[in-house]
Design a protein around this ligand. Sequence first.
Ligand code: AMP
Length: 282
Amino acid sequence: MQSITAVGDLRSLVESWRLADRTIAFVPTMGALHAGHQELVRVAKERADRVVVSVYVNPLQFGDGEDFDTYPRNVAEDAKALAGVGADVLWTPTEADMYPEGPEGAERITPGPIGDLWEGAERPGHFAGVLTVVKRLVDAVTPDYLVMGQKDAQQLWLVTTMLETQAPSLDVVAVPTVRDDDGVALSSRNAYLSADQRQVAQTIPRALDAAGTAGSPASAVETAKRVLQSEPLISLDYVALVDEDSFEELPPGSLARSGRMLIAVRVGSTRLIDNARLTFGQ
Ligand code: AMP
């Protein structure tokens, strides 16, 4: 695997691949790579001849008081995690390459109304930052496939929707959430949890499982809330059930046969999100 920093070097390499008729898959990440990211790379390698993984902690998607400064950064460890899973290039862009005008001056891509809900309501400006960086990363890599995790379901929906108009020939590949043995979704932010908090985090997949057996949209939401609220060390940000195609909230009386349940909580000062597809009345 090759490591590249300068965007010009990346573009030259991509051009040489194109001349040789190679297909390209791209996996954007913020680093602190874990088995979830590794799974994205494996899926990417199944799809395409060449795989580019970027590691870039994007200042635009962090709000004031969020963890931009403390977000775990260790490129040497990331390179090790990528060895043997199929990545051809680890690209670590510089801020000057991503935002030549400076992050503050960058023109943002606005996500539309769904971007103001759920994660967007809790983190104003977050998705504009995400869409802006993904568009710039994709413009540099010009991949055939963009491989992303369902772990960040709203992000996946917003990016897919943006690229339908901005890069219609690009195929977005969604990879199911990779979980630890205790059911907790792998996340770089799990590193912030103490052993006790880690136990508490298991309440989240338990709530999703319980909601999955509830039988109807209204009781699914109630059930998940009840499970989460029974754990005093969890502070609930939101539980929502959304239509998978439109990402709009399913009303409690909905007769929908399926939906995606979104959960966001705080355990101590760590914010954790998770989601699952639920089916009803089958
Ligand atoms: P991040 O580095 O957290 O910005 O995530 C980079 C990509 O990895 C995103 O597409 C995430 O959805 C995906 N990802 C993060 N955690 C997981 C997981 N546990 N399973 C599958 N994909 C994941």
